[in-house]
Design a protein around this ligand. Structure first.
Ligand code: G3H
Ligand code: ZN
Length: 282
């Protein structure tokens, strides 16, 4: 059934686990995430990023409705989350499109501007029944950008700044920059567990890990034990899907029916989802 992100994250926090949130681009991604979560018998979050909306010719509703319909038919609770929103116009579509939560991304802005924009987004979101996540300190590698230098200013979340930011913005959860980076294709990120400890002890809101495809199972387990309650995964699904399709087409150069290779890609994503969901809960 359709669930609310805030409730899933609260349950995960209480159980000292995390809820996995997977970025979806196609219907096959949506089906694979739900099937993978069903196989693990665990709740899951389907998230659609502003980038994915751009890929869908700028339209949110076709993919959002597919996600909502798949969530409603699922055997496990599934929440819908709008991810990395920079556009106020897209933010305003969230509630009506079936989302229970949004991640408002003003992390590229200087602190004061990030705070002001995020506070306004959180106020609007709360007035419209949404759970609002924001980001402070920038997780690199967005939009094809090179990963940020882990030691560059802004590449890590400052605990003192984060405390003020959460209080003053009123957000429900914080995405923290602790060493992961978006769009990594190797699981080699080294997380700053001391920083995570300080953030999780001081903040009083659930913490979110972005760029989790680049984080190994053991590092993910440690991050969840250290207070991460929502784990965002995108690239790992594409690695699984594209690798499986590439292999299938190499072995079947005469294949033409798209179902033949899309189903192989989908099954590879199902396995990835099941494995990662299990890591969040161990
Ligand atoms: O918000 C989405 C995630 O941060 C996904 O990052 O594609 O590197 O796993 P990833
Ligand atoms: Zn992200």
């Amino acid at each position: 059934p359709l669930a609310a992100t805030g409730a899933l994250v609260a349950e995960a926090t209480a159980a000292h686990t995390a809820v996995a949130a997977f970025n979806v681009i196609t219907l096959e991604h949506i089906e694979a995430v739900v099937a993978g979560a069903e196989a693990a018998d665990a709740p899951v979050i389907l998230q659609i990023s502003e980038n994915a909306v751009r890929y869908r010719y700028g339209r949110l509703l076709p993919l959002a409705r597919a996600a909502a319909a798949t969530a409603e038919a699922s055997r496990v609770p599934v929440a819908l989350h709008l991810d990395h929103v920079q556009s106020d116009e897209l933010l305003r579509q969230a509630a009506d499109a079936g989302f229970s939560s949004v991640m408002y991304d003003a992390a590229r802005l200087p602190y004061d501007e990030n705070l002001a924009a995020t506070r306004a987004a959180a106020e609007w979101g709360h007035a419209n029944g949404l759970w609002v996540e924001a980001e402070l300190g920038e997780v690199g590698g967005k939009d094809g950008a090179a990963p940020l230098d882990a030691h560059a200013p802004g590449a890590r979340t400052d605990p003192g700044e984060a405390m003020a930011y959460v209080t003053d913005s009123g957000v429900d959860a914080l995405a923290v920059a602790i060493g992961s980076s978006h769009a990594m294709t190797t699981r080699t990120a080294a997380l700053d567990h001391d920083l995570l400890k300080r953030l999780s002890e001081g903040l009083g809101v659930p913490l979110v890990l972005h760029g989790s495809s680049g984080v190994s199972d053991d590092e993910l387990t440690a991050a969840v034990r250290g207070g991460i309650a929502k784990v965002n995964v995108g690239t790992a699904l594409n690695i699984a899907m594209t690798g499986a399709i590439r292999e299938f087409l190499a072995a079947h150069p005469d294949a033409v029916d798209s179902r033949k290779y899309l189903s192989v890609g989908r099954e590879a994503m199902v396995r990835t989802v099941t494995e990662l969901v299990q890591v969040m809960r161990r």
